[in-house]
Design a protein around this ligand. Structure first.
Ligand SMILES: Cc1ncc(COP(=O)(O)O)c(C=O)c1O
Length: 421
């Protein structure tokens, strides 16, 4: 099929926008007015956040939910609740948003980066096992893009070594591993409700757990170190106010009523895309095993292999974008190569010096993460998956069109070389 690509002056497959995000309506307006008029704007006097905590914990098969201001603080609170101390090591993947690792630094501990699996983009349990030392205290698996990590293997390692597992589920609201919802598989689960997330109130986060003691610690830490049965001005541990507000609680309750239909639609559309796009050589879609009974579908992840395609990821994605399909390279730096880590720019958090005076992240190298970040990884965002089947057909047509016309996509650098040769 020879068709002029849009990037070369042809007509794009699509000019219409995809669904915008967030989706809201009169339910959110009514809920916000209700809180406004009640005058109960804070979590301590209102009932929206408390109601949401109950619903979210139940939905994720956990006994407790503690809503907080964002999904970075929720990770840090979970680490502190687990008793992480200065110099302790916490194993994290390098293919994730910054917060997974900086929350560890802000708990005064030391992130230890281990590689991910090339096919799933998720942390590799074999790499976890190899990185354990007598200072390792916790593991933070991330369910990348919404695909549950290999939780049976991770919990087996954690149980054998007495480690706490905090699932960073910021991408994975409602995702299921063997029929159980993520966030409740480890000791604690952390979620974000930041604007881009599949479940959002603009900002916000939550820790869920079925461990009563950990829940009590989290509740105290998020509420200025108070004890549940203590006096109001009685504070037991160093902490601050990380409580979520009632306006956000109201939005989250209204969003809850939309969530199941949206999650089902994303999953259905993602499966449809997988069926068609997996036929294209040189394009490798995030591998979903049978353990994943529901994908969170925050990101539609794939790898573009330049050796097979004959063009770089950047050139391929530019061509897809020109056809009217938003797509991007995603995380382009393994976290250990971020300046904050290479320069150990940790501010007052110098706990690592206790046990790691020679800490040097420039020596860290995770080959699969390097390949994905620097050469092959690519994303489409969740809002595309909220379209109709005809919107998915446009995505498929754009990929097929670009794939069929790779020869017309010369690399700028190659053109220059060719011109001078
Ligand atoms: C994997 C992951 N963890 C943690 C966070 C932090 O969440 P927040 O932005 O709510 O602090 C994010 C947000 O992008 C994330 O993607």
């Amino acid at each position: 099929m020879s068709e002029e690509l849009a990037i070369n002056g042809g007509s794009p497959v699509r000019t219409e926008p995809f669904p915008s995000w967030p989706i809201f309506g009169k339910e959110e307006q009514t809920a916000l007015s209700r809180v406004l008029n009640s005058g109960q704007w804070g979590r301590l006097s209102g009932d929206e956040v408390a109601k949401f905590e109950r619903r979210f914990a139940d939905y994720h098969h956990a006994a407790h939910g503690i809503a907080v201001v964002n999904g970075t603080v929720s990770l840090r609170i979970a680490l502190l609740a687990a008793g992480i101390e200065a110099g302790d090591e916490v194993i994290v993947p390098p293919y994730t948003f910054l917060a997974t690792a900086t929350a560890v630094v802000e708990a005064n501990a030391t992130p230890v980066f281990v590689d991910i699996d090339l096919e799933t983009f998720n942390i590799d349990p074999k790499a976890i096992e190899a990185a354990i030392t007598d200072r390792t205290k916790a593991i933070i698996p991330v369910h990348v893009g919404g695909l549950p990590a290999d939780m049976d293997a991770i919990m087996d390692i954690a149980n054998r070594h007495g480690l706490t597992v905090i699932e960073d589920s910021a991408h994975a609201h409602g995702a299921e591993y063997k029929g159980r919802r993520v966030g409740s598989l480890g000791h604690m689960g952390s979620f974000s409700f930041q604007s881009s997330k599949n479940f959002t109130s603009g900002e916000g986060g939550i820790v869920i757990t079925s461990d009563d003691d950990l829940a009590g610690e989290c509740r105290s830490i998020h509420n200025c170190g108070r004890a549940e049965d203590g006096q109001w001005y009685e504070h037991h541990i160093i902490s601050g106010n990380y409580r979520l507000g009632e306006f956000q609680g109201a939005i989250l309750n209204a969003q809850f009523d939309r969530f199941d239909e949206q999650a089902a639609r994303r999953d259905r559309n993602a499966k449809y895309l997988v069926e068609r796009l997996s036929k294209l050589s040189g394009i490798y879609l995030q591998k979903r095993g049978d353990d994943c009974t529901r994908h969170g579908c925050h990101l539609f992840l794939f790898r573009l292999n330049p050796a097979e395609l004959g063009v770089s990821r950047e050139v391929f994605l530019a061509a897809i974008e020109a056809e009217g399909i938003p797509a991007c390279a995603g995380y382009v730096l393994p976290l250990y190569r971020q300046p904050v880590f290479t320069n150990l720019a940790f501010g007052p958090y110098t706990g690592y010096k206790n046990n790691h005076p020679d800490l040097d992240y420039t020596r860290t190298n995770c080959p699969n993460c390097e390949t994905i970040c620097t050469e092959q990884g690519a994303w489409m965002y969740q809002s595309l998956l909220l379209g109709e089947q005809k919107d998915m057909d446009d995505i498929i047509r754009a990929f097929e069109k670009v794939h069929a016309n790779l020869d017309s996509l010369a690399e700028p650098a190659e053109k220059t070389v060719g011109a001078t040769a």
